[in-house]
Design a protein around this ligand. Structure first.
Ligand code: DGY
Length: 318
């Protein structure tokens, strides 16, 4: 039986399915593998079921005497794995697209509504005991229905957000995407990011993290946003210049709904003290059915590798 490391406690269904097929070791911790631990794992197990926060960098893959032939990553984003280094080492890698698209798009809508309607602030007010009753000008937010939404990255999740915005909230959709996209609902592609930032009432970031997308949304881009606009990030923290975003939020001109941060789980105090920002702990795919589907997809890939078949969700192919 092949050995399989689970780098976290995954859903019970995932663990049970894994244990039926592999000799499983569970690392029962919530933090990610360090580069050193990732390297050791590559030397110690035939296959690894990992997730974001596990640091499979080029340094980890440089370790000698690797035993691992397959990394199944739980999640669609894979900026925690140096896929080129894995490929050079002959280690197969897969991710879990599609199964979390709806859950993540739903979370984007949650953040849009919470931020525009000041729901986090309102919840804090009620819990603090400081609410003195309804009055006509209390905690006025921004109307969402019919506004213009700007999507950065029109991939699967971007399109799912756009659909919800268009069909559910009657929003006009504009988007910035490096390549042209053919979508089956009304949406206008904008050629440059600054154009999108300056025209949208609500901006949602859905591009993958790392590489050329690092700090794609910088101070200049944030400065283009109109007064009262809402900025939402459900992608990866490094896509946004976090310091510049905090400075822009501190001016009070825009508000933000964030699910991701540059150095998770560290969230800067300068962000936590601001009332015009909703902060969630990376909940994008955090629904039980979704996480079980992600676990099953990751395992399906590991099984395909174990049986010598092509991976259904391969991140590199021969
Ligand atoms: C992913 O799959 O990349 C998400 O960020 C996890 O929720």
């Amino acid at each position: 039986m092949k050995t399989l490391l689970l780098t976290r406690r995954f859903p019970d269904a995932t663990i049970a399915a894994a244990q039926a097929l592999f000799d499983v070791t569970i690392r029962d911790r919530t933090d990610g593998l360090s580069v050193e631990d990732a390297a050791t794992a590559l030397q110690s197990f035939d296959a690894i079921l990992c997730t974001l926060g596990d640091r499979f960098s080029d340094m980890a893959f440089a370790v000698p005497d690797k035993r691992c032939g397959m990394i199944g990553s739980f999640g669609v984003g894979f900026n925690h794995i140096d896929v080129a280094a894995a490929q050079a080492a002959g280690i197969h890698v897969s991710n879990t697209p599609d199964v979390l698209t709806d859950a993540t798009a739903d979370l984007a809508m949650t953040l849009i509504l919470m931020t525009a309607r000041r729901a986090g602030e309102g919840e804090r007010l009620v819990r603090s005991g400081g609410w003195d009753g309804w009055h006509p000008t209390q905690m006025l937010g921004t109307h969402v229905t019919g506004k213009r939404i700007g999507i950065i990255g029109m991939g699967r999740i971007g399109q799912a957000v756009a659909r919800r915005a268009h069909f559910g909230f009657g929003m006009k959709v504009i988007y910035f995407n490096r390549s042209p996209k053919d979508v089956d609902f009304p949406a206008r592609q904008v050629d440059d990011l600054h154009g999108l930032m300056s025209q949208a009432d609500i901006v949602v970031v859905t591009v993958p993290g790392g590489g050329a997308n690092t700090h794609l949304v910088d101070a200049a881009a944030l400065g283009q946003m109109t007064d009262g606009a809402v900025f939402v990030n459900i992608a990866r923290g490094d896509v946004v210049d976090e310091a510049a975003m905090i400075a822009e939020l501190a001016r009070g001109r825009i508000s933000a709904g964030l699910d991701v941060y540059d150095k998770e789980p560290m969230v800067p105090d300068a962000l936590k003290v601001l009332e015009n920002v909703v902060l969630l702990p990376h909940l994008g795919s955090a629904a039980l059915e979704t996480r079980e589907a992600m676990g099953q997809m990751a395992l399906d890939n590991i099984v395909a590798w174990a049986e010598g078949r092509p991976l259904p969700q391969a991140l590199w192919t021969v």
